[in-house]
Design a protein around this ligand. Structure first.
Ligand SMILES: CC(C)(COP(=O)(O)OP(=O)(O)OC[C@H]1O[C@@H](n2cnc3c(N)ncnc32)[C@H](O)[C@@H]1OP(=O)(O)O)[C@@H](O)C(=O)NCCC(=O)NCCS
Length: 172
């Protein structure tokens, strides 16, 4: 509730990435790397994917021939980009379409102000508009901030595999 009020009262704006902006594409790729470092540690986080691979991954999401996806950016009142969220439409093993929410990131100085929650609600609204009945998000089983964030917004752990968990939510 407090976070909801903080988000409503602040000047944060959510918009889609500019697909023609190399600066925004590079920023999101760099923050995807920062996310890996925060979750997996410096060594594993930097060695898992090269910057080229991460840049390619951002561009893949922006190519409508390859993916139905959105990259949302959240800005502060000076139009500085302080976070992002990436989601796409995917299909499960039974060929059913669902919303796959792949990542969310907020720069450290802006954390604990409800911004990730605002992005989560934005992603959820997009997936509802796309008539998805389910959203899934995969994370590490020890990523308590992320798990708390999703559980507080109606998600539950529905699958475990190794050290990973899948959080999901059915949309009515
Ligand atoms: C996880 C992350 C996105 C949360 O962003 P945030 O803007 O700080 O989150 P919010 O302020 O919207 O928090 C909403 C809820 O998330 C949970 N949460 C957020 N930060 C938390 C923390 N440090 N400890 C415990 N719970 C936390 C809480 O349930 C919180 O609600 P509450 O404050 O009412 O308890 C942010 O810490 C981050 O960018 N981390 C690095 C990137 C990352 O790990 N991304 C996910 C990869 S799988």
């Amino acid at each position: 509730m407090l976070h909801m009020q903080a988000a409503e009262n602040s000047q944060h704006k959510i918009r889609e990435i500019n697909p023609n902006s190399e600066e925004e594409i590079s920023l999101v790729a760099a923050r995807m790397r920062q996310t890996l470092v925060e979750v997996l540690g410096e060594e594993k986080g930097t060695s898992l994917y090269s910057m080229e691979w991460l840049l390619g991954r951002v561009r893949w999401h922006l190519n409508s021939n390859l993916a139905t996806a959105k990259i949302f950016l959240i800005e502060d009142d000076n139009c500085e980009i302080v976070g992002h969220a990436i989601a796409r439409i995917d299909t499960d093993s039974d060929e059913r379409r669902f919303g796959y929410f792949s990542t969310v990131f907020i720069v450290p100085a802006y954390r604990k102000k409800g911004l990730a929650r605002s992005l989560l609600l934005h992603v959820e609204a997009w997936l509802r508009s796309m008539k998805m009945q389910k959203i899934a998000y995969n994370t590490a089983e020890n990523h308590s901030q992320l798990i708390n964030l999703f559980e507080k917004n109606g998600f539950a752990i529905t699958h475990r595999e190794g050290e990973m968990v899948q959080l999901s939510k059915h949309l009515s």
